[in-house]
Design a binder for this molecule. Structure first.
Ligand code: SAM
Ligand code: SF4
Ligand code: F3S
Length: 453
């Protein structure tokens, strides 16, 4: 067993790629390193320990890691004289030792199930100067019971489950995150109660398919019940991601409508508007079922903000299939969407499907889809013109540091001037009512009414 004391006083820097699962895992790694006496460095250059938390959901993510690792070679030596580079997350889980064929300066490789062992691996790398690799799936990470260094004081990611059982034919996630595993409801509720006591205003319940929450421990999904209990903890805003359309039950829609703290926003990835492509994707719902679910949600929560993920250029997607995606996007009238060009992932069933669609055709479809989404997003935001929107202030506006940027319950970015006599820090983590006078595709803007609360 390596001496963990060797990490005391070391500085660390974590670079995170990919989804909220990785963001949260990084918070746990950071919490673990803090508990061992290490300190966060302001940048890579000043770090004795560099951790890359990686993503391989699309090809672009892979290449980014190799560039980042190689660029560490030219950094000056850190304060302690020796720098250890660790790669965690989904690429580490997928490639293990194979990662070394693309980068040779990695000292520690830890998979998605090995987060609880990061301290030992790093200590061993410092102590012995030998490369450490741990990617076994049976190394249960137990990350949810680890210390936790939260990036924000007012918002927290709360994982309610890990892994995925869905095996959508294009997706690498089930292979790198393992099977679906829910956390016991009491453990989640205890964590949320503690967060509420610490003054956290908003939590986001996390899972690859939150609608299936509880299935592996209780024999049936209990997400609706979880939402109602979380609603009783005193947390002001509850959001969740992601939902799978095949598992969104009427009881969950009822809970969303009836629990005041649940925000009026639903992210429901559709991926394609063509039932033929959905079948090839192994999504296990049809276009009609998806639209029916959307209609049920709108009937209960009329102003709900609906967002989605869409893949363009799935192998064999025809122009007719794509037109179905376009018409579905118009019909649902999304307030925002993440649009992706299909990326072939070795080892997934879709990687075996032949495709003759040209890059130009795919790019043309992608641009047409983005155009439709921008149109529906703009139209959605017009509904908020001249309204007073409660905004949870996140910090200065990215475009103008003299303004504040916040988030509405409908997941819109809201911009407003800093109220007179106040500073950004007086407002961050507080809710400010903003009277909207400008509604654009990607944001609302207006003036603050009253003081932050
Ligand atoms: N579990 C979530 C769900 O089903 O809604 C999605 C998680 S995945 C990290 C986020 C999104 O990446 C997916 O919804 C899908 O649109 C996209 N994605 C996954 N694999 C992809 C691939 N091979 N090529 C392009 N986009 C992909
Ligand atoms: Fe990937 Fe599908 Fe699981 Fe989402 S539900 S993580 S898209 S396999
Ligand atoms: Fe990427 Fe892994 Fe998330 S592949 S999207 S970081 S689960």
């Amino acid at each position: 067993m390596p001496q963990l004391e060797i990490l005391t006083g070391k500085t660390y820097c974590i670079k995170t790629f990919g989804c909220q699962m990785n963001l949260h895992d990084s918070e746990r790694v950071s919490g673990l390193l803090d508990s061992l006496g290490a300190f966060e460095a302001q940048d890579l250059e000043h770090a004795d320990i560099v951790v890359f938390m990686t993503c391989c959901v699309r090809e672009a993510a892979d290449t980014r890691l190799y560039g980042q690792c190689n660029s560490c070679k030219s950094l000056p030596a850190p304060p302690s004289g020796k720098r250890v580079i660790a790669v965690g997350g989904c690429i580490a889980q997928r490639d293990g030792e194979g990662l070394l064929t693309n980068v040779d300066n990695v000292d520690v490789i830890f998979g998605t199930h090995a987060i609880a062992h990061v301290g030992e691996l790093l200590a061993a790398a410092f102590e012995k100067g030998e490369r450490q690799i741990l990617t076994n799936e049976d190394e249960e990470h137990g990350a949810t019971s680890m210390p936790w260094h939260r990036a924000s004081n007012y918002h927290a990611w709360v994982p309610i489950m890990t892994g995925c059982n869905n095996f959508c034919s294009y997706c690498i996630v089930p292979y790198v995150r393992g099977r679906e595993k829910s956390r016991p409801m009491e453990e989640i509720l205890d964590e949320v109660r503690i967060l509420a006591r610490k003054g956290v205003r908003e939590i986001t319940l996390l899972g690859q398919n939150v609608n299936s929450y509880g299935r592996n421990i209780y024999g049936k999904p209990r997400f609706a019940e979880l939402l109602r209990h979380v609603g009783d903890t005193g947390i002001e805003r509850i959001s969740f991601t992601s939902s799978h359309p095949k598992d969104l039950l009427p009881e969950t829609i009822d809970a969303m409508a009836e629990v005041d703290a649940v925000v009026p926003h639903l992210h429901l990835a559709v991926q394609s508007g063509s039932s033929r492509v959905l079948k090839l994707m192994n999504r296990r719902y049809t276009r009609e079922h998806y639209i029916d679910v959307i209609d049920q949600v709108r009937a209960r929560i009329p102003r709900i903000a609906l967002t989605t993920d869409i893949i363009v250029g799935f192998p064999g997607e025809t122009e007719e299939d794509f037109l179905e995606t376009l018409s579905l996007a118009e019909r649902v009238a999304y307030s925002q969407a993440f649009t992706f060009i299909y990326s072939k992932r070795e080892g997934t069933p879709a990687a075996e499907i032949e495709d003759s669609t040209t890059r130009e055709e795919i790019l043309d479809r992608f641009n047409r889809l983005v155009h439709v989404i921008e149109h529906t997003a703009y139209a959605y935001n017009q509904n908020f013109l001249h309204e007073c929107v409660p905004s949870l202030i996140e910090g200065p506006s990215k475009k103008d540091p003299n303004k504040l940027q916040g988030k509405s319950p409908w997941n819109q970015t809201v911009i407003c001037p800093i109220p007179e006599g106040l500073h950004v820090k007086d407002c961050v983590g507080k809710i400010l009512d903003v009277q909207v006078d400008t509604s654009r595709t990607f944001y609302l803007a207006g003036t603050a009414q009253g003081l932050p609360r």
